[in-house]
Design a protein around this ligand. Structure first.
Ligand SMILES: [Zn+2]
Length: 84
């Protein structure tokens, strides 16, 4: 009985083994932050305004890897991350 009560009390708390959810486009827009896009081929770096790129706000920023084409070398080996 006691064990059951203890389990019930901790249910619903954040699982410490879970990673925090990735930052989404919507979170960047809400916080007025820019997004960095890096080219892995030539190291070109660009700051984009997440409100201007027309991507669904629930999209996690890291999932945009490969969605952009480098304007210098044309590579699609790009990575996106929040610009802190
Ligand atoms: Zn490039």
């Amino acid at each position: 009985m006691r064990t059951f009560a203890a389990q019930t009390r901790t249910a619903g708390l954040a699982d410490p083994t879970k990673r925090p959810p990735p930052v989404t486009i919507g979170a960047l827009i809400r916080d007025g932050m820019k997004m960095e896009v890096h080219c892995r081929k030539c190291a070109k770096y660009a700051l984009l305004d997440p409100a201007d790129i027309g991507i669904t706000i629930s999209t996690p920023v890291p999932s945009l890897a490969g969605r952009f084409r480098c304007t210098r070398c044309g590579s699609k080996e790009t990575e996106a991350r929040p610009h802190y």
